[in-house]
Design a protein around this ligand. Sequence first.
Ligand code: TNX
Length: 535
Amino acid sequence: MKKLLYTLILSVAASCTHRTAVEADYNVVPLPCSMLTSRGGDFRLTPSTCLVIADSTQFVNAELFAGYIETLTGFRPAIIGKAPSKGYIRLTASNCNATHEGYRITVSADSIVVDGADAAGTFYGLQTLRKAIRGGKGEDVLYPAVMIEDAPRFAYRGAHLDCARHFFPVDSVKLYIDMLALHNINHFHWHLTDDQGWRMEIKSRPRLAEIGSVRSGTIIGTSEKYDSIPYGGCFTQTEMRDIVAYAADRHITVIPEIDLPGHMAAALASYPSLGCTGGPYEVMCRWGVSDDILCAGNEDVYVFLDEVLDEVTDIFPSEYVHIGGDEVPHGKWEKCSACQSKIHVLGLKDDAYSTAEQKLQNHIMKYAADRLAAKGRRVIGWDEIIDNGFDTTAVVMSWRGPQDGGQDGATHGYRVIKVPNTHLYFDYQYAEGDTIGAPYWRKIPLDSVYAYRPVPEYFTPAQAANVIGVQGNVWTEFIPSFREVQYMALPRMAALAELQWCDAPKDFDAFIGRLRCLLPLYEAEGYCYRPLENK
Ligand code: TNX
């Protein structure tokens, strides 16, 4: 009784304290498709507002949203099962008018209802409410009465992180996933293996973690010098499962990449018999591409692929597995008797479109794809797989310029994810004179990300329909720290988010206006980003 009285006095005292309220602004990134201001009063989010969920399917959404609110306002709404008469935000997923991941937000004086087509839709609605907050700690939020209807343009909205060239531990990867969630991105493409490091534990091949995850040193910047400091890192299967679950809570699918048959120096250093010459091989200490690749004429290589891919599918439930296929020098295969006899046995011949070695590459990629298909999985490959003749069951990830693979892929009936290195490579520096990021000749400023057209005007409707998604890549040869990863990704990821989500007309200045309101949220989350003043 005493306790009850005490609580009563406290809440009366709280309601008497004068709290300021700052009006929310729904012009967020990405911009919602439609907003209709409605009559009726505004909704005031206060410390006593609660989140109402009908069942456990919305619990994680509610928990995450309560955390977002707490970070911005300093108070954490309670989560309850039954709505009070007013002052609540209801989370549901019963909106059958919205398409997958779509939502409707209805704001009135008494309540806010966030009704998703599914739990992911509700989550994006909550992200919009989160991003609309303009006030600071200790202030209430005044949400103007509105009806917002929103749904994404692309089903596949991706962001990639290369953890092979530089290793980022679990907590950093989780932070990256948080950044994706803030930008309504639903696929995390995790680049886990490369010439410079193998970063995933494979229990049947323990040397991959023991040997393949450590290089003896790293080239210094753009010099010819090496630091001779051993550099390593590897995710255990438990850690990877933890990351998959963490991402799933945020409606993000993790797509692992096992880049093959090239970019395999770290694997060859671990198991030299998998290469054409038998080694010895080293985990590469410089950037660029190794000439040594998996030997396609060695039957053990196919067993190796079976073992690795079986463990990969065990850890990652994603429908798609990325099997690479980029930048494969065939010089070693041309000189390898085992590869040449495999070419002979398979009856592969040069023709006007591809060489016998390209066809051999296709053979090994197809082998991996079949192994995955037997487990109900599909593959994504870099756009070189088109040149090598892979069939249209694969999704093509088009990286070589805005047209190349992407256009070819879409025009040849492949489904395509666009990630051109001319616009969406966030490892490239923003501008001349930058010191952070890859010092390649091309610079990718924010406006050029925003200007990118994933579906060019000249595409036929059928070709346009083949473009299933858009992605931004963060390769990390020149990005050793996670702070720098954030700096390179933010705010370009915001421009990417609008390409992925909105079908809106392209008004860069209006976008910058919305972005300026997102930056305080980056600050509140402690993200490192490139200030807009730095051109
Ligand atoms: C090309 S994109 C690569 C990567 C590099 C990147 C640097 C692709 C399929 N291959 O191996 O890290 O350029 O920007």
